[in-house]
Ligand binder design. Structure first.
Ligand SMILES: C[S@@+](CC[C@H](N)C(=O)[O-])C[C@H]1O[C@@H](n2cnc3c(N)ncnc32)[C@H](O)[C@@H]1O
Length: 281
């Protein structure tokens, strides 16, 4: 049977398609407990340290020999918190337009493999100290490869639909973002008491496009209002012509979750509880 015939046959006999078994070589420890705490790609400007610890398998530590001279490595990993995939997905950047999955870096894939270049800050035995990453805590890692600019970087390559989106983003922001008095009080309270400040991220997102968008976590609330999720928090806003007014900041989790000890990994839990106490409405 030639290759074409094998593919056709496998397409008709899905149950007989070969499967592969991969074993993680290690797991990463990050400060991101829930998915929305991880950015869509690593934020290079934000100092961050993550640790990849390899399993104590014979040979793994030796296999790290000679890696220390590379300032970056590729991680190949598993989106272990996802279970499904879709052929068309809504990328976070750009207009609310679905794109073919294979033209995106969406985490919802038939084989949920992630690929991230990270800074290699150091190696201590079987532990790799890594810079900013977009992986949640406990993600299984399947492979590490050195990042080699001569092989891996093609700055002149075309970027398909991203080109259009990026050039629109390079223009001046389309919306002015203002904060109503209550939102100002709340933002200052959050910063002074909890060192939490998501105003810059709110302004960045809303100035580009405040229209409803599932991946950007923007939803309608009633006839005249909208909400946007920002990390573990939410902002309620209105839009009039080209002005977005942030009216209220809210904890992203309801009290029944925050008070439930079974939900262990809720970000900013203490601050969220205190915020509910201060603004119960
Ligand atoms: C857009 S994907 C890009 C991943 C990788 N850089 C790539 O291009 O393949 C990054 C997002 O995956 C999600 N994510 C991170 N770790 C995950 C995991 N272990 N399981 C499921 N989703 C995860 C986070 O929400 C993060 O924002």
């Amino acid at each position: 049977m030639d290759c074409r015939a094998v593919i056709d046959w496998l397409g008709r006999n899905r149950r007989l398609q070969p499967s592969l078994t991969l074993h993680p070589i290690g797991f990463i420890t990050t400060h991101k407990q829930v998915k929305f705490q991880a950015l869509h790609q690593p934020a290079e400007a934000q100092p961050e340290q993550n640790v990849l610890e390899l399993l104590p398998e014979p040979g793994y530590q030796q296999a790290l020999q000679d890696l220390a001279g590379f300032s970056r490595v590729w991680l190949l990993w598993w989106f272990h918190r996802n279970e499904s995939w879709r052929p068309l997905v809504l990328p976070p950047r750009g207009p609310a337009q679905r794109r073919g999955l294979f033209a995106t870096r969406s985490p919802h894939r038939p084989n949920p493999l992630g690929l991230t270049p990270v800074q290699l800050l150091g190696i201590e035995g079987r532990r790799l100290l890594l810079g900013p990453c977009d992986l949640v805590d406990g993600t299984p890692i399947f492979d590490i490869k050195p990042y080699i600019a001569a092989y891996d970087a093609f700055p002149e390559a075309d970027n398909g639909w991203m080109e259009e989106v990026e050039s629109a983003l390079r223009g001046p922001p389309k919306f002015a973002v203002r904060f109503a008095a209550l939102a100002v009080t709340q933002a200052e309270w959050l910063f002074e008491n909890w060192k939490i400040d998501f105003r810059p991220r709110l302004i960045e997102l809303l100035a580009i496009d405040p229209s409803p968008h599932r991946t950007r976590r923007i939803r309608r609330r009633g006839a005249a209002l909208f909400t946007i999720g920002c990390g573990g928090w939410r902002a309620v806003f209105s839009v009039a012509e080209e002005v977005v007014t942030v009216l209220v900041l809210e904890p992203g989790y309801p009290l029944r979750f925050l008070n439930n000890p079974d939900y262990e990994a809720l970000p900013d839990r203490e601050a969220q509880l205190a915020c509910w106490g201060r603004w119960p409405e």
